[in-house]
Design a protein around this ligand. Structure first.
Ligand SMILES: Cc1cc2nc3c(=O)[nH]c(=O)nc-3n(C[C@H](O)[C@H](O)[C@H](O)COP(=O)(O)O)c2cc1C
Length: 393
């Protein structure tokens, strides 16, 4: 299979579906409960349509922009995702290298398979961001921040919407008990010998949690998932974020925000950016898409706090819509995971290139040769406002 024949993110998703056993694919692809949020995250983009400008010189087109104060090839970063090593060996490192080569930041999750130190070492030169889950044992967060600083992470993303693990039914159906695959799922795994050989065989099991390994109780190194489940902290509140602001000297970002009152609070604490996000439809089902509040958050907070967004971005034109509505940057989650699960580092690179090429092509076709002209222009129409159904005669 030559990757050049995979034209879009959906093509990579289809290949990832073939190459992964069902339980791993559904971990990556699935959402919470009836997956209404997951579907809504995609369908919402058709609410806006472009109105391009004619006869603009777009012979020099660039998507370059600053992201949290630092220049990037495009206002795009790789979203934090946990347990990537189940998709492809060392996926965290491969994704970080793909981000570095494309000139965009990479965010390493607390739940990553490989550690901060490993990724910094193996993907030298990457702009590394770290995503923190604040666990019950606050000493862990303190130590993780120290480690993140020591490997030159300039940005900390604190995720707020995962204090209770989402009810992901599509994923759960593969298990007969926690962490115990059902018989059909085991048979399905056996039908994926190349995945077994790649992912399971070298370590005689699924990958662990690189960042959390030092904190797992002795003798429980193989039981990281249970440890983490017990450590999720539902009592987490805004004072923890205030403490974080005191403790973290770099850029501080809060992720999982879906209403303006929370943006207000984050700004008051001195947070540098919010990520408007519903966690890709993996947490609370039936929640709004962050795209629905983007314009109003931009109107109220632009200039005071940077606005990042994720959840459902699969096309360059999706990214353009968010930027035109006021986002300072877009985090890309599943598309890169489809890429890495389909073909390792080449697949991750291919996914990122597809999105960045589509982004540049979209800007050119719109008549906005760069991000500044996109932001200054008036290129977007809301379908509901502009094309309201005609009233009956
Ligand atoms: C497989 C998977 C694992 C994830 N793990 C994390 C995580 O460890 N920390 C986090 O803050 N968000 C996590 N997320 C959420 C992403 O950061 C991001 O919000 C989401 O993927 C955006 O939705 P999209 O991928 O559909 O665009 C995960 C998402 C996926 C798909």
């Amino acid at each position: 299979m030559t990757l050049s024949r995979l034209l879009n993110i959906d093509d990579l998703r289809n290949l990832a579906r073939q190459r992964l056993p069902g339980f791993a694919f559904d971990y990556l692809d699935g959402g919470a409960e009836a997956e209404q949020t997951l579907l809504h995250n995609r369908s919402i983009f058709s609410q806006w349509r472009f109105q391009p400008a004619a006869l603009v010189d777009t012979s020099q087109c660039s998507a370059a922009a600053k992201l949290l104060g630092v220049p990037a090839t495009a206002p795009v970063a790789v979203a934090p995702t946990g347990f990537n090593g189940m998709l492809w060996p060392d996926a965290d490192i491969l994704l970080a290298r793909a981000a570095r080569d494309a000139g965009v930041p990479f965010t390493l999750s607390t739940m990553a398979s490989r550690s901060l130190e490993d990724v910094a070492n193996e993907a030298k030169g990457v702009r590394l961001w770290f995503q923190l889950y604040v666990l019950k044992d606050r000493g862990i967060a303190k130590d993780l921040l120290k480690r993140a600083l020591s490997v030159n992470c300039d940005t900390l993303i604190v995720t707020t919407d995962c204090a209770h693990y989402g009810k992901r039914e599509r994923e759960q159906r593969h298990f007969r008990a926690p962490l115990k695959l059902s018989l059909p799922a085991i048979i399905d795994v056996a039908c994926h010998p190349r995945w077994l050989q790649r992912v399971v065989w070298p370590t005689r099991g699924l990958p662990g949690f690189g960042n959390l390994a030092p904190y797992l109780p002795t003798g429980e190194q193989g039981r990281g998932a249970q440890f983490i489940a017990k450590q999720l902290d539902p009592s987490l509140n805004w004072s923890a974020l205030e403490n974080m602001r005191q403790a973290w000297p770099g850029k501080l970002v809060i992720k999982g925000i879906l209403n303006r009152a929370d943006v207000q609070r984050a700004a008051a604490i001195g947070v540098d950016a919010v990520v408007l996000s519903n966690h890709g439809g993996r947490q609370l089902d039936s929640s709004i898409s962050p795209m629905e509040i983007l314009a109003s958050v931009h109107k109220e907070f632009a200039g005071r706090i940077q606005i990042l967004i994720d959840s459902g971005f699969r096309r360059g034109t999706d990214i353009i819509k968010a930027l035109a509505l006021g986002a300072d940057g877009v985090l890309i989650g599943r598309p890169l995971l489809y890429g890495v699960a389909a073909a390792g580092q080449n697949g991750a690179q291919h996914a990122l290139q597809i999105l960045l090429n589509e982004l540049r092509l979209g800007l050119a076709q719109l008549g906005a040769p760069d991000i500044a002209s996109l932001r200054a222009g008036d290129f977007l129409r809301s379908h509901s406002q502009e094309f309201a159904p005609l009233s009956p005669p």
